[in-house]
Design a binder for this molecule. Structure first.
Ligand SMILES: [Mn+2]
Length: 319
């Protein structure tokens, strides 16, 4: 086992644990996993955990209420450990806490990581920062609470053991974590599937008013600002709608147009295996990945831009 984490911890009295802006399940999970691991096994250490305000849905993880969100320029830790952070700037307002530490370590899994810390453990083939961190911890010192944090991160970053980065090692890690007695089904629901009331209602609204072309390969839907307001839905509540549309039998490509503010349309496109949606979004100044991309359109109505999107999608499908 790589002893770098143990060695650095042994040499430090005060330890600051950090993650990236807009923290997701892997970020919150890995940060709190290390926090809990240190609290459980080394109570003599002074450990603090720092994150930008994390989503409240992760409040089931122990230590959630102890997360510090306000930067402290004068804070000097012996060791700062950044988790799931692919780039120094990704720590946002909390960069000074990292920079103020005498020693630094970065535990990550992003292939683009330039190695900004004094030492870096970055395994791009790992599913998640939580999987990388697990490899650095002593198994028999992992409590149920720490295991719940690690499991949360793995579930989030693998889309519940579905994305390509899911490996045999991922499943073995998850299997070990289950042996600690974590409520794994509940964790999957809370971290991944559970939706708020406005989220589910706006999803239903968007799906019920969806349309599709003649062969059913392109499916689209439009949600206006007024409709979002009526359901009390935020822009972030639209996440997952385009993906759900794409899962329609026979569909190759989906498009959700949601009005962010009056007159400004956010488009989310998803495809199954043929259409390069990033090239379509690039025409409108957006971008993303081949199978998932987005763009923003202002000054046009859906009745004007959606036929254009449809034509571009159909063009690619017919090629
Ligand atoms: Mn991650």
């Amino acid at each position: 086992m790589n002893r770098i984490l143990q060695n650095k911890i042994r040499a430090s009295k005060t330890i600051a644990v950090l993650g990236h802006i807009n923290p997701d399940g892997d970020c919150v999970g890995s940060a709190l996993a290390l926090y809990n691991y240190l609290k459980d096994n080394m109570p003599e250490k002074e450990v603090t955990v720092w994150l930008e305000k994390p989503p409240v849905k992760f409040s089931y993880l122990r230590g959630f209420d102890e997360i510090r969100t306000a930067p402290d320029k004068d804070f000097r830790a012996d060791l700062a450990v950044a988790l799931d952070v692919s780039d120094r700037g990704r720590m946002g307002d909390l960069v000074p806490v990292f920079d103020g530490a005498k020693d630094t370590l970065n535990i990550d899994h992003h292939v683009t990581n330039p190695g900004f810390a004094a030492d870096t453990v970055c395994l791009p083939d790992s599913s998640s920062a939580c999987e990388v961190l697990f490899g650095l911890l002593e198994r028999d010192r992992i409590s149920r609470e720490t295991a719940a944090c690690l499991y949360t991160g793995i579930v989030t970053d693998t889309g519940v053991f579905k994305y390509n980065a899911t490996s045999e090692a991922t499943m073995q890690t998850a299997g070990f974590l289950m042996t600690t007695g974590i409520p794994f089904g509940e964790i999957i629901d809370r971290a991944f599937y559970r939706k708020t009331w406005p989220q589910n209602r706006i999803l239903g609204k968007a799906l019920s008013q969806a349309e599709r072309n003649e062969d059913g390969k392109f499916i689209w839907t439009v949600v206006t600002f007024r409709e979002k307001e009526a359901f009390g839905a935020q822009s972030s509540d639209m996440d997952g709608i385009a993906e759900q549309l794409r899962l329609t039998e026979g569909a190759e490509c989906s498009c959700l147009a949601s009005e962010r503010i009056p007159g400004q349309w956010k488009l989310s496109l998803r495809s199954a295996e043929v259409v390069d949606v990033s090239s379509i979004c690039a025409r409108f100044g957006g971008g993303g990945h081949i199978r998932a991309a987005g763009c923003t359109i202002t000054g046009k109505l859906p009745a004007e831009f959606m036929p254009e999107i449809r034509r571009l999608v159909e063009e690619q499908i017919s090629q």
